[in-house]
Design a protein around this ligand. Structure first.
Ligand code: HEC
Length: 285
């Protein structure tokens, strides 16, 4: 046996040992506190969801990271939490998850793809500056409570190759997170992809729509439910050029009572891309 085979054999033994050593946390069938975390995307088909307590999460291998400027708190913050990329290994969830949705108490739902998790190591935060969620207060940007769970990266620089229609990728930092859903791109994001023969413009539009719209405009059982206007409806609105473009940039100019935040930084190219995408998308079976 040469050195290479020996080392890969040792690697396999080590991997088997580690996967054995990790006992998944046991989920409770019911919520026992508003500070429990609901988990969906379970490996077992007997139940659809379960709950973990903060005390259970505090037993996991936690990391500490300092953010020099937290965008919700508008000051520096020391986080203690579990890297979101590692959470699945401690839970009885599907083994092949490559997309994680964080669902908030108000129906907002952010999602993290594997490449984002690897690039920015967001933490499921359990303590900020040594304090639990009762002490976190509200986001200074939106006025919404950060509790029960807050997901944030300590450092973020947009990746140059993710810029689309002149728009950089944004930091993803949901708060008021009450549920984490482990799923796969095949079961979610791929269902929203434009057809294979769609032009590049529509592909760019898909990137923007996935990044900027899905958190409030969901499809089937994933994405945000806050707007009560599903993905399919956006597709319909995209054919109404004037309404759609004005609504995206300045919703209140179309519906004075609209609760949607305006995408005032969207340029013509971004709007062209978004429209091209929604027009090209065909809902599958
Ligand atoms: C933070 C949540 C949020 C995000 C993000 C968001 N929307 Fe909305 N959107 C809403 C809400 C809420 C409404 C319903 C307006 C209301 O009555 O308050 C809405 C309504 C709309 C409507 C009008 C639908 C109608 O029935 O008249 C369009 C079109 C729309 N959104 C497009 C988009 C697009 C395109 C994006 C991404 C670029 C986007 N929205 C991102 C919350 C959001």
């Amino acid at each position: 046996m040469n050195a290479r085979t020996l080392s890969s054999l040792l690697g396999l033994i080590l991997a088997a040992f580690i996967s054995h050593a990790v006992e998944p946390l046991r989920l409770a069938p019911q919520r026992s506190s508003p500070f429990d975390l609901e988990i969906t995307g379970l490996a077992s088909s007997d139940t659809t969801n379960g709950f973990v307590t903060r005390a259970q999460l505090l037993t996991l291998p936690l990391v500490t990271a300092t953010n020099h400027l937290d965008p919700a708190l508008k000051t520096s913050a020391i986080y203690r939490g579990i890297p979101l990329a590692q959470l699945a290994q401690f839970l009885p969830v599907i083994p092949d998850s490559d997309v994680v949705f964080a669902v908030c108490t108000d129906g907002y739902s952010a999602h993290f793809t594997r490449d984002y998790l690897e690039a920015f190591s967001p933490l499921l935060i359990l303590e900020i500056n040594g304090q639990g969620p009762e002490a976190w207060g509200r986001s200074l940007a939106s006025g919404v409570d950060l509790a029960p769970f807050y997901i944030q990266s300590a450092a973020f620089t947009p990746r140059p190759d993710r810029t689309v229609a002149g728009l950089q990728e944004g930091l993803i930092y949901p708060y008021a997170v009450a549920r984490i859903h482990f799923t796969t791109a095949t079961r979610t994001l791929d269902l929203l992809a434009p057809p294979p023969d769609a032009p590049d413009l529509a592909r760019d539009g898909f990137t923007l729509a996935r990044r900027d719209c899905l958190s409030c405009h969901g499809h089937r059982d994933f994405g945000g439910m806050q707007s009560n206007r599903p993905w399919l409806l956006l597709r319909t609105w995209a054919s109404n050029t004037n309404y759609f473009r004005r609504y995206v940039v300045k919703p209140k100019s179309v519906q004075p009572a609209s609760r949607m935040p305006g995408f005032t930084h969207y340029n013509d190219e971004a709007l062209d891309a978004l429209q091209a995408y929604f027009k090209s998308w065909k809902p599958g079976k």
